[in-house]
Design a protein around this ligand. Structure first.
Ligand SMILES: [Zn+2]
Length: 301
């Protein structure tokens, strides 16, 4: 049995790799820029990272990889990746050939959910919904410590549902790159938050600057964060009605907005079909390590 597990987070701008020991502790970590637009270079970079980590730990390891998008089981080809040079490529087969071993793949939001469900904020809980609030909005579901993939390999992908219970001014909503309008992502991603601030007369500034402005008492920034919490409450109420998770863990850059953990559960009850909501909304335990950790967890010890 392999004692070490290597997890790789294949992102659009960087590839991160980590080696976890038997206890789940991270022993080594490496980060390199992604050879963007270069498929063969991406395969070679993954091969180089695995070889370097195995040399340092002095052992052969299992390898799990989190990717943007998903590998379609029927064809083995990548779909839905915002790293577009991966789309339509037989990534699984090519990486396995390069590494000379079976490799497990999962969507990066699913890796986040698996990491937090395994030994993070959702440890020991039955059903965990992991939410990514970043450049985009994604999600993953872990049930009993295992990823729910789904028939179309999109389980948990709530970002392109329409924002529920739209108020005046929210309908039909901003156009989305997916071809629809008013998607949850157009309101709850970082760029979505910044665009909402501008639509309400605020200055052009990024989400981190808006958060800093709110902390300093700027009324326009505070109002923007208030609208954000209200919309997240409505969007997550829809998830609770269907999945009824024990824990919802926030990840991605906007998970650092501390007001969400009080404001959102205070507001979601109005939209949930239950007189009492016991679902907890929690910050991530592993922060931006969740991608590599969840990928490593794709292979149980
Ligand atoms: Zn969309």
């Amino acid at each position: 049995m392999t004692a070490f597990r290597i997890g790789i987070d294949l992102g659009g701008s960087k590839i991160e790799a980590a080696a976890l020991d038997q206890g789940g502790a991270m022993r080594l970590r490496r980060r390199i820029p992604t050879p963007a637009g270069d498929y063969a270079g991406t395969i070679a970079a993954i091969g180089g990272l695995v070889a370097a980590l195995e040399r340092e730990i002095g052992a052969h390891a299992s390898v799990g990889i989190g990717i943007p998008g998903t590998i379609v089981a029927a064809t083995g080809l990548v779909k839905n990746a915002n790293s577009t040079w991966l789309i339509g490529q037989p990534l699984g087969r090519d990486v396995e050939a390069a590494l000379g071993r079976p490799v497990r793949f999962a969507n990066d939001a699913n890796c986040f959910a698996l990491s937090e469900a395994s030994d993070g904020a959702g440890a020991g809980q039955g059903t965990v919904f992991g939410v990514i609030l970043g450049t985009g909005v994604g999600g993953g579901i872990a049930i009993g410590g295992r990823i729910l993939v789904g028939a179309n390999a999109i389980a948990g992908e709530w970002g392109h549902n329409p924002l529920p219970a739209p108020e005046p001014g929210e309908w039909p909503g901003p156009p989305c790159y997916c071809g629809r309008s008013g998607c949850i992502e157009t309101f709850l991603s970082g760029p979505g938050l910044a665009a909402d601030h501008r639509r309400h007369g605020g200055r052009a500034m990024e989400s981190a600057a808006i958060a800093a402005g709110a902390a300093a008492g700027d009324l326009a920034c505070l109002a923007t964060l208030d609208r954000y919490a209200e919309r997240l409450a409505r969007a997550l109420a829809g998830v609770i009605n269907i999945l009824d998770p024990d824990v919802i863990v926030l990840g991605g850059g906007l998970s650092s907005l501390v007001h969400l953990y009080e404001e959102v559960p205070r507001r979601w009850g109005r939209h949930v079909f239950s007189d009492r909501v016991v679902t907890r909304l929690l910050p991530p335990v592993h922060g931006d390590s969740s991608g590599v950790r969840g990928a490593a967890w794709l292979w149980p010890l």
